[in-house]
Ligand binder design. Structure first.
Ligand code: GLC
Length: 565
């Protein structure tokens, strides 16, 4: 596509911004009826699948709005932004910020076509970079914000094409050396090869066999299911999810993560580098990033699976896992001031089911920084929990996905937002958003990262700041009614992103410097910004990527309560 042509498309894209032709409020009615205990009681399901479209979108909107209104004291009237406040009214006139148009143009430049059809977006379109590596590929996780941007702009076809193309790739036989990977594994990325002579297109995919470190992306399958649900919700088109091949794809992914083994926990055991943080960073074990995505995709699968005989068997297994997983996560991964104080005073070497310190965490292993970091107000899901090991680091993706999927209770969700507010300088700084906090340094960096020169302190995955995370923060803010936090973060990003050429990440304690080896024109930095903007403009978009509370989920029993009784 030449530049002229692309500009033309871009104008349409920008025009579409705010003038969507596809409603994001289409209903996947069964998703609203997420009632685990009912399902457990009646394994052969008969869920009431009909809840009206309007009812759903209204109830969803009202959560966002009432919470927003608590803070904003404004009333909703059609045609007027619900987020109007005197302070921000200048920004609410539906006049897109000048960089929005540039962002759309850049996003369209990243489109990848297969036999004439758009099937995804490349990771980065950085002409200046000499080292392309695999940034010219379509990454599954990177495409998620692009997909959401297109869905929100009323352009669902590319998302459908992507879902079908990656589904096809799932069907390939995957091998690393002589070892065969699970059937359900989804690729980390794929590339379209154009043969100009024969005029044919072909695809190569990477399931971990080419990836640095040779790790399979556990998150890809989860994102695929989450995106399928977003597509269905946004378009109201149930026919894609109901296709036998899509149903099979969901079941294959579910089979991978629901299989029984030696596990004693409902969380998913993972290798280092299996998610957005795709190289050694000490997240092996049960990383929050994966557990939150696992939970969300279980809930999405529950909504998407057809209730036939085979489907019902999966539904039953999913429901049981959701119960166990939410209990485990809410009890053992949650940390706030009280909890930290309890752990600090833990007894060790307890035996039998009466143990309070179930994983035998030695209080001496609590890092110094966490005592200063923990505010009186706020809390979060820590990075990892396994025998005698708690990784107290903060990971933003896992915490935001926990909010969006309702893995976090309502109180926990507000506490996470409180923490972000209380620790703004550390977690947001000058460029949203730190991928994790704090960075690991010196000897610990040597041991944990294996001396990774890309992951030096406050850089890249080791405490670097990633603009893509802005969309997740914004979604979490809307869900919890804390829109002012999103505004503040977007303002920061807006001041720099275009000027700096949409970097992949920023470095430094405050995220002030463009990342040492950051790519420019990183697609998910661009798309993440657009999604954040569009969601703020029309909070009903949130429904694509957010699930409602399951009121039947039992409240968490505090660990300390088993001690006292
Ligand atoms: C880096 C990131 C990974 C991303 C890829 C493509 O490897 O760590 O999360 O998917 O780049 O942008």
């Amino acid at each position: 596509m030449d530049r002229q042509e692309s500009l033309k498309v871009n104008v349409d894209g920008v025009r579409g911004f705010g003038l969507r032709n596809v409603s994001s409020q289409a209903s996947l009615s069964e998703m609203d009826d997420f009632d685990l205990s009912k399902l457990l009681d009646k394994p052969r399901l008969n869920i009431e699948r009909k809840r009206s479209f309007d009812e759903r979108s209204l109830s969803e909107l009202s959560i966002a709005l009432t919470r927003g209104l608590d803070n904003y004291e404004s009333t909703y009237s059609p045609g007027q932004s619900v987020l109007d406040t005197p302070a921000s009214s200048a920004r609410n006139s539906f006049e897109p910020h000048p960089i929005v148009a540039e962002a759309w143009e850049a996003l369209r430049w990243s489109l990848v076509h297969f036999r004439g059809q758009p099937v995804g977006t490349i990771a980065a379109y950085d002409h200046a970079s000499e080292e392309v590596l695999n940034y010219d590929q379509v990454f599954v996780r990177d495409f998620v914000p692009s997909a959401l941007a297109f869905l929100m702009n009323g352009e669902p076809d590319i998302v459908k094409n992507f879902l079908l193309k990656t589904l096809q790739l799932q069907g390939w036989e995957k091998k690393i050396d002589r070892f065969k990977l699970g059937e359900g594994a989804m690729p980390a990325s794929f590339k379209v090869l154009h043969d100009p002579v024969r005029k044919t297109d072909s695809v190569v995919a990477d399931f971990g066999e080419s990836a640095i470190g040779r790790v399979a992306p556990v998150d890809s399958g989860f994102w695929w299911i989450i995106l399928l649900r977003a597509y269905t919700k946004s378009t109201g088109d149930l026919s894609l999810a109901e296709k036998p091949e899509c149903q099979k794809g969901i079941k294959l992914i579910m089979s991978l993560c629901l299989s029984e083994g030696f596990d004693t926990f409902p969380t998913l055991l993972c290798a280092d580098g299996c998610s957005m943080i795709d190289r050694r960073m000490g997240i092996y074990g049960y990383p929050i990033e994966i557990q939150a995505l696992f939970f969300m995709s279980l809930r999405c699968a529950l909504a998407l699976l057809k209730h036939d005989e085979d489907g019902n068997e999966f539904i039953e297994r999913i429901v049981k896992r959701l119960h166990a997983l939410s209990y485990h996560m809410r009890s053992y991964f949650w940390l706030d001031f009280q909890q930290l104080n309890d752990i600090y005073r833990y007894k060790t070497e307890e035996y039998s089911h009466t143990a309070v310190n179930k994983f035998n965490v030695i209080p001496n292993s609590i890092p110094e920084w966490v005592f200063d970091f923990m505010p009186m107000r706020g809390g979060y899901f820590i990075g990892n929990v396994s025998p005698a090991r708690m990784d107290f680091r903060w990971f933003v993706l896992g915490n935001c996905v926990a909010i969006l999927s309702c893995l976090a209770t309502t109180d926990q969700a507000s506490a996470i937002m409180d923490l972000i507010e209380e620790r703004w300088e550390e977690l947001v700084g000058e460029m949203p958003l730190k991928i994790c906090y704090p960075a690991i340094e010196s000897h610990e960096w040597r041991i944990v990262t294996g001396c990774d020169p890309k992951n030096t302190r406050w850089s890249y995955h080791n405490g670097g700041s990633w603009p893509v995370l802005l969309w997740l923060l914004t979604a979490a803010c809307i869900k919890t009614g804390r829109i002012q936090i999103a505004r503040r973060a977007i303002d920061l990003a807006e001041n720099r992103l275009l000027k700096d050429g949409w970097p992949e990440y920023y470095d430094g304690k405050l995220g002030r410097y463009i990342g040492k080896q950051a790519r420019k024109y990183q697609t998910w930095s661009i798309a993440g910004y657009l999604v954040a903007k569009m969601m703020l403009e029309d909070p009903s978009h949130l429904g694509m990527i957010s699930l409602e509370v399951d009121k039947q989920m039992k409240p968490v029993m505090k660990r300390s309560s088993s001690w006292t009784c």
